[in-house]
Ligand binder design. Structure first.
Ligand code: ATP
Length: 263
């Protein structure tokens, strides 16, 4: 990991080979309840990493720490080598987020939503417009640019939220259970959209979910349960480690508190 702590000079281009996200030894409690317990994981650049965990596992808490909604008082979190605590501007400018709750302005057009976000990130109007139209075209949504968001389907809104998160060209994209409430076809389209981005733009993706079908061979998988990392590796490695015949069986073993496999 590149150590840049205490560096007040302007951020430079991250070194080749640095992880998109590196989380080391992070613990977070709400009062007496520990939501995260010594969590370590990484998202290599150009990878699709699934953060797989049942309800209450700690996924949203982890996202809140990475995005600085909460202050991480233990361990360290680096985005592209930048410490989110010590170099928040450099870290957050490289980060795109799609939160669990929908956050588009329903009364504005798709394009205005995108431009508003781009402006907040310091992207100029013309460059923002170009980027928005390029991304919408890639996603087959260019003809909806001037429609009010209210008139889109739930799946299309989610895809626009992903486009919005990419407006400032982040190198790490966090998605917190993005497919909640979508039908199977929309879910598949969304996963395909994000996998395409990993391939075409080489960004690192952390995709939080509890839906095993969204994970595919070749993915990296981190299993989180009751605030602890229960497995961290590849899809194939996770199957091998647990002796499960498929990923569902492997996951159930890992989150089975009565089994030794969960240790
Ligand atoms: N603001 C809060 N105050 C108190 N407890 C909280 C708070 N936020 C989360 N928790 C608790 O922390 C634990 C982890 O919750 P978190 O929302 O991070 O899990 P999650 O994996 O995102 O779950 P879900 O899939 O249901 O969204 C849970 O026990 C939850 O009740």
């Amino acid at each position: 990991m590149t150590a840049r702590t205490g560096d007040l000079s302007p951020p430079t281009v991250p070194e080749a080979g640095v992880a998109a996200l590196d989380v080391r030894g992070v613990t977070h409690a709400f009062g007496a309840r520990k939501a995260l317990d010594d969590v370590s994981l990484d998202v290599p650049a150009g990878s699709f990493t699934a953060l797989l965990g049942p309800n209450g596992a700690g996924k949203t808490t982890l996202f809140s720490l990475i995005t600085r909604l909460y202050d991480n008082r233990s361990g360290a979190i680096h985005v592209l080598g930048f410490d989110v605590r010590r170099q928040p501007a450099a870290a957050l400018s490289r980060l795109g987020v799609v939160f669990q709750a929908r956050t588009l302005d329903l009364e504005l057009s798709v394009l205005d939503n995108l431009l508003y976000h781009a402006t907040l990130h310091g992207v100029g109007f013309r460059a923002g417009r170009r980027r928005a139209m390029e991304l919408l075209a890639q996603d087959g949504l260019a003809d909806r640019a001037r429609d009010r968001v209210r008139n889109l389907s739930g799946g299309q809104m989610r895809r626009v939220e992903i486009v919005r998160a990419l407006m400032h060209r982040p190198r790490l994209l966090l998605l917190d259970e993005p497919t909640v409430g979508l039908d199977i076809a929309s879910r598949a389209a969304l996963v395909a959209q994000v996998r395409g981005l990993v391939a075409s733009e080489g960004i690192g993706v952390l995709w939080a979910t509890h839906i095993i079908e969204e994970i595919a061979p070749g993915d990296r998988v981190v299993v989180l349960h009751r605030g602890r990392v229960r497995a961290n590796g590849t899809y194939e490695g996770m199957l091998a480690q647990t002796g499960g015949e498929d990923l569902s069986a492997a996951f159930l073993r890992l989150v089975d508190d009565t089994g030794e496999a969960a240790a």
